[in-house]
Ligand binder design. Structure first.
Ligand code: PLP
Length: 358
């Protein structure tokens, strides 16, 4: 398989089935750093039998727990924020949409699929991003604006005050994807900065480490929520997922411990990776958020590093960037996972000597 063709790599992180098929390493043997999820999931226990037996009508307790946790009412549960990303472009007025050049690509794909005009703004350089959006909205306020905050994978953040200002300036909708915001809650627009033309998406799977249960939330004005609701299927959030989310959203003690552990896991993972990256000529740390960090280098080197690590059973995420560059995004490993640490250290050592010796 060609190293030069990034399209042969899995489209999304965490695809160990594709990784197993491609590299012949059984799923259970991978150290998967290709997602931005908390590596210590919320411990699921004590689900009532009726969570499995009854049709999953929306539990008022879930809405209550979400209102409390996000500091915002007017939200609806989704089977992952992806569910809303897929339908939203069909529901909002037909205006051009400003999207980040680098960012979770599902947004762009679904706006294009809905036949909408998509206009890129830079999303690797903070000042360039602000200037471009300011100018675009000043020239034509009749545009939607999509912001991934913090951006995955570039890590750029936009202050909630600025988002509020853009929402007030825009005659379209401001869609804010806060999938990774739980670890920096002061950056959220929810609570204090929401405007009627905002649609805010939250992912449950990242911070709670439970992407598999498919849970997320959308916050917006009532007419938009009703349109989303109508578009999505009946009983769309399964019963076990609802019960797990109620427990997790209310478990403040777990959340506080998780924030500290994420910081420790981040530091342990970054320490190991940065020692190796320092030995590669053009690798530089360009993204650093609590749940993932990224090294940018030329695209060929990035693909080679990706490949070498994968052959050693360590999966990271390759992201193609403009100007012949590529980024490797690393998620977190548990800092006290000694086997994982050994595996990563040895994979990095092999990778560095392969690349520098080549
Ligand atoms: C920025 C961003 N938004 C949304 C999603 C969708 O996540 P989910 O559907 O699990 O909430 C992802 C998934 O990786 C993401 O990276």
């Amino acid at each position: 398989m060609s190293l030069e063709n990034p399209h042969t790599l899995p489209l999304h992180g965490g695809d160990l089935i594709a990784a197993e098929a491609r590299y012949g390493i059984p799923r259970a043997q991978w150290l998967d750093l290709s997602t931005g999820m908390n590596p210590r999931p919320y411990p699921v226990s004590g689900l009532p039998d009726d969570a499995f037996q009854q049709l999953p009508y929306l539990l008022p307790e879930l809405v209550g727990a979400a209102t409390q946790y996000y500091g915002q009412s007017d939200g609806i549960p989704l089977s992952g924020s992806q569910a809303c990303i897929e339908v939203l472009p069909q529901l909002l007025p037909d205006l051009p949409v400003l999207v980040p050049e680098i960012g979770y690509q599902e947004h762009r794909q679904h706006w294009l699929r809905a036949g909408r005009m998509v206009v890129d703004y830079p999303s690797q350089d903070h000042q360039a991003m602000l200037t471009c959006i300011d100018q675009a909205l000043a020239q034509n306020p009749h545009q939607h604006l999509l912001v991934i905050n913090p951006n995955n994978p570039s890590g750029l953040c936009i202050a909630p005050e600025k988002l509020q200002q853009w929402a007030r300036q825009s005659r379209g909708y401001l869609i804010i994807d806060e999938a990774f915001m739980d670890v920096m809650p002061d950056g959220s627009v929810l609570g204090n900065y929401v405007e009627p033309n905002m649609v805010v998406l939250r992912s449950f799977g990242k911070f709670f480490g439970l992407a598999g249960i498919r849970m997320g939330f959308a916050f917006a004005e009532a007419s938009i929520l009703a349109a989303i609701d109508e578009k999505l299927s009946l009983w769309r959030v399964n019963g076990p997922a609802q019960h797990i989310a109620i427990q997790a959203l209310k478990d403040i003690e777990w959340q506080q411990t998780a924030l500290q552990r994420i910081q420790a896991d981040h530091d342990a993972t970054l320490t190991l990776v940065s020692e190796a990256m320092a030995l590669l000529v053009d690798a530089r740390l360009t993204t650093d958020t609590p749940l993932f960090f990224g090294y940018t280098m030329n695209k060929t080197s990035a693909l080679k590093v990706h490949e070498c690590l994968a052959q050693c059973g360590v999966l990271v995420r390759f992201v193609e960037l403009p100007d012949g560059e590529g980024m490797l995004r690393f998620g977190l490993m548990c800092g006290d996972d000694t086997d994982g640490q050994k595996k990563l250290a040895s994979a990095l050592k092999t990778t560095v000597s392969t690349i520098n010796g080549a």
